[in-house]
Design a protein around this ligand. Structure first.
Ligand code: CP
Length: 339
């Protein structure tokens, strides 16, 4: 797998009016679309920083299809759909007929026949969400909840919302460091794409050679590589730490986790070289004592749990916008609004 972009043509994700109808990848979407997602997410958070509820998806059915484990993404999609008053169905993959050899396509077509409006899909194969978006009935929206090493677009958008709300600065003025296992990380790939699209000019990728993807050079001038962690985090506004994805590493990429922590772990001495108001992020799940020390993960500069809460608002926004885009594509939105 290369770091080179696996393109998702915008035609798959957008309807004829240019509005979101599937959300498969950050690539192919404009700054306007990403900003619309962030602005819509903000409308689901009130002045007391509480999430609101809305009847927007009343009568709609959201199916969560998680073919790979998840805590945050699965639960926040369910919370988001319920806050929008949708019916939510979760398939238990281990007990489904995929264990009897049913193909992904047959499983999906059977679920579609149960009147699904939105599939939220997590799969270990890169490109699974794209494949499904091309194959489903035209009235079903596909939201990628993470596919292999390829993309995790709602994670990227909740990261962008967290950065925007916590720093209160334009993306063009921020220095953002992403540290660790870039090679196997769909989060890193989607975060870099989102930061670039939103105008960030100083994106620093900090990793040893063994955790860097091939094709790194294809990223633009705004993405710089640092092998030395102390140089990489200097004067940063945002530090994103990443989990070592042991389940995706085929041969040993590290001498040891202790060695990784010594060279690339975020500790107090390193954080002190960033800007004093630098925020610390992690998509979770965390390996405490490997990529991040507990004192920082639980410390005053950590916004890790804010990321989780913002994930509900962002996923509400993506579900609402994709449903609106689907209805618009079918010419149903105006009919419903006229009634
Ligand atoms: N960040 C993230 O995708 O976490 P989960 O695997 O728990 O969903």
């Amino acid at each position: 797998m290369h770091f080179a972009r696996l393109h998702t043509p915008s035609q798959i994700q957008l309807n004829e009016q240019g509005h979101l109808k599937h959300f498969v990848s950050i690539e192919g979407l404009s700054e306007t679309t990403l900003t619309q997602i962030l602005d819509t997410a903000e409308t689901f958070i009130n002045n007391n920083n509480q999430l609101i509820t809305s009847p927007l998806l009343e009568g709609r059915t959201v199916m969560n299809l998680f073919f790979e484990n998840s805590t945050r993404t699965r639960m926040t999609f369910e919370a988001a759909a319920k806050r929008l008053s949708a019916n939510v169905l979760n398939i238990d993959i281990a007990r489904s007929s995929t264990s009897k050899g049913e193909t992904l396509r047959d499983t999906l077509w059977n679920l579609q026949a149960m009147a699904a409006d939105i599939f939220v899909v997590r799969h270990s194969s890169s490109g699974a969400a794209h494949f499904i978006a091309k194959d489903v009935c035209p009235n079903v929206a596909i939201i990628n909840a993470g596919d292999g090493r390829h993309a995790h677009p709602t994670q990227a958008m909740l990261d962008m919302l967290t950065i925007r709300r916590e720093t209160k600065k334009p993306f063009s003025e921020l220095s953002v460091a992403i540290i660790g296992d870039i090679k196997h990380s769909r989060v890193a790939r989607s975060d870099v794409a989102a930061l670039q699209t939103l105008g960030c000019k100083d994106i620093r990728v900090i990793a040893p050679n063994t955790l860097l993807p091939y094709g790194f050079d294809e990223y633009g001038d705004e993405v710089r590589l640092f092998k030395n962690m102390d140089e990489g985090v200097k004067d940063c506004d945002v530090i994103m730490t990443l989990r070592i994805q042991n389940e995706r590493i085929e041969s040993p990429a590290l001498a040891s986790q202790l060695e990784f922590h010594k060279l690339y772990g975020l500790n107090e001495t390193r954080l002190a070289t960033a800007k004093p108001d630098c925020i610390v992020m992690h998509p979770g799940p965390m390996n405490r004592g490997v990529e991040i020390t507990s004192s920082i993960a639980d410390g005053p500069q950590s916004v890790i749990l804010n990321q989780v809460t913002n994930g509900i608002a962002v996923r509400m926004a993506v579900l609402a916008l994709a449903m609106q885009g689907q209805l618009e594509a079918q010419g149903l939105l105006n009919t419903m609004m006229a009634e």
